[in-house]
Design a protein around this ligand. Structure first.
Ligand code: NAP
Length: 363
């Protein structure tokens, strides 16, 4: 690709994942100088850097330059107009969790701008948005890749797509899709017995940075439900939304109305006994928070299930994710993907790998 046109890259979001991505983009641009990857726009919710002549932003100092910039971000329609006029193909890398940015994907794709993102919102929102995104991509030829929206950099979406596109029949997908839930249950109900009090484990997970600032955002199961929605749709089920199937919340009803995460944590110990009972009722098995998709019966669910200690889900360690694909070809031994399902560097790895795939197709 010696004489290939430059590819223009616009990065929205420079938090944990965005910063790791920028560092990986810098290394990628050195390792693969052609086609040239020109970072022409970078923004957080309050600041931006770009120039009207699409001058390449220095990758070594992009984060510092963004912090020092006095420019404000372009509104999404303006950004699309800007990228449409770029002297080459353009890719938006959305490293936010913004619904507004997600809703602009169909317009971006229609305009021929490709999308790479770890943001779950577009793919787990309404089924109409999902259809609009993939119809727009099919019509314009622009690409949309979102590997890191499930299991961070783990090859979950690419594996499922390969299974489906090569004609295998996926019968069931089952796994632990949340690093927070993985950590909580691996330490609350370890194989072999024991484990800490539920409220202590939740506090520990928060102190270690494994939970959202308000742990209820993990314990309500919605994050797992969003990931299941994405996988179910890729497996061919037209799931309407992440609230259209049963999702078990681990927030006691009485604590739903707590005004803060701290108040919730203070009051949580009153419910330790209930969680102890759930642990004890598992008998010789262990309890885990899992998501499952039964493709034949079109059933999707998220919640507590018990597993034999020899089951790979029971044997998970730390905050790892595990996703098992049961298919006709793989028979009774599922294809299993396992490893870290969160963290800036591994999530950005999935984003960068997607960018490489898009560049290979559009440049
Ligand atoms: N971190 C992980 O381990 C992980 C794993 C898998 C997937 N993900 C996904 O990756 C994405 C990024 O996660 P993160 O951990 O990097 O989040 P983060 O640290 O909170 O960073 C989010 C970034 O997006 C910016 N932003 C938010 N709304 C914006 C908007 N409307 N326009 C422009 N910029 C906006 C924020 O800017 P301000 O600071 O100015 O608000 C910030 O720079 C999320 O969708 C997340 O679900 C993350």
């Amino acid at each position: 690709m010696k004489n290939a046109q430059p590819v223009f890259v616009a990065v929205i979001g420079a938090g944990g994942v965005g910063k790791s991505f920028l560092s990986q983009l810098r290394d990628l641009a050195i390792r693969r100088p052609s086609p040239q990857l020109k970072l022409c726009y970078i923004a957080t919710s309050r600041k931006a850097i770009y120039s009207d002549d699409y001058f390449a932003i220095e990758l070594d100092s992009a984060v510092q330059a963004l912090a020092a910039s006095s420019k404000t971000p372009r509104a999404v329609p303006d950004l699309l107009a800007y990228l449409t006029k770029a002297p080459g193909k353009a890719i938006i890398v959305d490293n936010t969790s913004s619904q507004d940015v997600a809703e602009a994907y169909p317009a971006a794709l229609k305009a021929g701008i490709s999308i790479v993102t770890p943001n779950k919102k577009a793919f787990s929102g309404s089924y109409k948005l999902w259809q609009d995104i993939f119809h727009a991509a099919a019509d314009s030829g622009a690409k949309v890749y979102h590997e890191s929206s499930v299991g961070a950099g783990l090859p979950v979406i690419s594996t499922l797509k390969d299974l489906v596109e090569t004609g295998d029949e996926v019968t069931k997908i089952e796994g632990v899709f949340s690093g927070t839930m993985s950590f909580l249950f691996n330490s609350f109900a370890p194989v072999g017995g024991g484990g800490g009090k539920w409220s202590d484990e939740v506090k520990k997970a928060k102190a270690l940075g494994y939970t959202e600032p308000d742990p209820r955002d993990d314990l309500n199961g919605l994050d797992v439900a969003r990931k299941l929605t994405i996988l179910a749709r890729l497996a061919g089920l037209p799931v309407e939304s992440p609230t259209s199937f049963p999702v078990e919340s681990l927030i006691p009803k009485e604590l739903e109305s707590c005004s803060s995460g701290d108040e919730f944590l203070e009051k949580l110990s009153a419910f330790d006994q209930k969680m102890e009972e759930k642990k004890a009722s598992a008998g010789d098995k262990v309890v885990r928070f899992v998501g499952s998709i039964d493709v034949a019966s079109k059933s999707v669910k998220v919640g507590l299930q018990t597993f034999d200690p020899s089951h790979p889900i029971a044997a998970l360690k730390g905050s790892d994710n595990i996703i098992s694909f049961y298919t006709k070809r793989y028979g009774s031994n599922p294809l299993i993907v396992q490893g870290a399902g969160a963290g800036g560097d591994v999530t950005a790895m999935g984003v960068t790998a997607d960018l490489i795939k898009v560049v290979a197709q559009i440049a």
